[in-house]
Design a protein around this ligand. Structure first.
Ligand code: HEC
Length: 260
C-alpha cells in the first residue's frame, strides 16, 4: 500500500511540475526527447527523486532503427533488405499453429503498466484466429486487472525455454485489453466459442454448465485485441525465411508499432 501511495504522490508531483514547466522553460513546453536520451544536462530543471523521464517528457521511439527492425526486414546475415519476409497471411497461420486456436490455450506472461511501473503476470490465454483476439479468464480483484482498467495497453509473451541458438521459439504480442464481466454477452459468446472452460469442469468433476455459471459469477474475462505479433522461430529458416517475422493488424494504433 505504501508503494501505491508513493507512486500516486509521484504522479501528482509530476502533474504539478508539468503545470509549472513553462517557468523552467521560459514559456516553452517540455520538449519531446529521443529514446536514446541517456542523461540530463547540468542546466536541466531539478528532478525530484522518484520521477522518471516519461513523467514529464514524451519519448520519441520510431522503431525504424532498432535491431528488431533490421532482423525483420533489413540487410541481415544472408538476407538483403526486403528478402526472406513471409506474407502476412502466412505469418498469421504460423502464429495460430504455435499458439493454437479456439478451445486451445497457452500460458503467457502478461505485461501491464500503471504509473510507469510495469508488472508481469502468468495466465492462460486462448487465441481466436478469426478476429486475432486473445481471451483470458481471471480471478476478480488482482493487480493486473486494476492495471488494465487504468491502462489498456498490454504486451504478452509465450516462449519455449531457449535450449540452443538454432532452436528458438517465442511469440511477443502487443495489444490493448478490455475486461468483460459475466453479464456481458461477449463474455458468453467467447466462453462458448473460444475459452476451454470444459477443461475446468472436467478437472473439478462438475457439469460443464455448472462450470460456466461459476466462471460467469466469479471471474472476469480479458479480451485483448492484438495489434502486433513478433515471432522468433528458428523453424522459419528451414523454409527459407528469416526467423523473425511480424504480423500487424491493419490500422493498428501507430504508437503500438513503436513498441519493440
Ligand atoms: C519534472 C519533470 C522532468 C523530468 C522528470 C525530466 N525532465 Fe527533462 N526537461 C524538463 C523540462 C521542463 C525541460 C525544458 C527545460 C528548458 O526548456 O529549459 C526539460 C528538458 C530536457 C532536455 C533538453 C534540454 C536539457 O536540459 O538537456 C532533455 C534532453 C531532457 N529534458 C531529458 C530528460 C531525461 C533523459 C530525463 C530522465 C532521466 C528527464 N529529462 C526528466 C522536465 C523534466
Amino acid at each position: 500500500m505504501k508503494i501505491a501511495k508513493l507512486s500516486y504522490a509521484a504522479a501528482a508531483a509530476a502533474a504539478l511540475l508539468w503545470l509549472q514547466a513553462p517557468a523552467y522553460g521560459q514559456g516553452t513546453p517540455t520538449p519531446e526527447i529521443s529514446a536514446t536520451s541517456a542523461g540530463i544536462s547540468p542546466d536541466h530543471p531539478e528532478v525530484e527523486a522518484g520521477l522518471s523521464c516519461v513523467d514529464c517528457h514524451s519519448v520519441k521511439l520510431d522503431a525504424q532503427t532498432t535491431a528488431t527492425k533490421v532482423w525483420l526486414s533489413g540487410n541481415y546475415l544472408k538476407y538483403a533488405a526486403g528478402e526472406g519476409i513471409m506474407g502476412q497471411e502466412d505469418v498469421k497461420k504460423a502464429i495460430v499453429e504455435i499458439i493454437g486456436g479456439r478451445k486451445a490455450k497457452r500460458t503467457f506472461v502478461l505485461g501491464t503498466c500503471i504509473n510507469n511501473t510495469p508488472l508481469t503476470t502468468t495466465a492462460d490465454f486462448t487465441l481466436d484466429p478469426q478476429t486475432m483476439t486473445i481471451y483470458g479468464m481471471h480471478e476478480k480483484g488482482t493487480t493486473k486487472l486494476f492495471h488494465i482498467q487504468q491502462n489498456p495497453r498490454v504486451s504478452l509473451n509465450w516462449h519455449e525455454e531457449f535450449k540452443s541458438w538454432g532452436k528458438v521459439l517465442c511469440v511477443q504480442v502487443v495489444g490493448h485489453a478490455v475486461l468483460l464481466d459475466g453479464n456481458n454477452p461477449e463474455f458468453d459468446k467467447a466462453l462458448t466459442e473460444c475459452v476451454p472452460y470444459e477443461e475446468l469442469a472436467a478437472a473439478m468433476k462438475i457439469e460443464p454448465e455448472r462450470a460456466r455459471s461459476m466462471v460467469k459469477a466469479g471471474m472476469l474475462m480479458s479480451k485483448i485485441t492484438i495489434d502486433m505479433v513478433t515471432v522468433n522461430n528458428s523453424a522459419f529458416e528451414q523454409k527459407g525465411f528469416r526467423k523473425y517475422q511480424r504480423w500487424e493488424r491493419p490500422g493498428a494504433p501507430q504508437q503500438t508499432k513503436a513498441q519493440e
